[in-house]
Design a protein around this ligand. Structure first.
Ligand SMILES: [Zn+2]
Length: 86
């Protein structure tokens, strides 16, 4: 059995789970430590999980990237909540 994959032009690979990430789905950008020029697209759930596990070392940079990347709306509000808890 083969998994059907919808290969649109703008499809990223989530670096946290290795699965495909359609650009139109809700996702976030993560920033490798000390290299803000190499932002990666990741599933929102994966990024939040990694953050909870402490696997996103530069949290402040990450949150800054989210603020820059997140459009107004539920995601932005969720990120604001996260910052409030930090
Ligand atoms: Zn993922």
């Amino acid at each position: 059995m083969r998994r059907a994959q919808n290969r649109k032009p703008a499809t990223y690979t989530c670096p946290l789970c290795g699965k495909f990430l359609p650009a139109l789905s809700e996702h976030v950008l993560i920033t490798p430590e000390g290299d803000s020029s190499r932002r990666r697209h990741a599933h929102t759930a994966c990024a939040l999980r990694a953050r909870e596990a402490g696997r996103l070392p530069d949290r402040d940079d990450w949150l800054r990237a989210q603020r820059a990347a997140a459009p107004p709306g539920p995601l932005r509000r969720a990120l604001r909540r996260l910052r409030g808890q930090g």
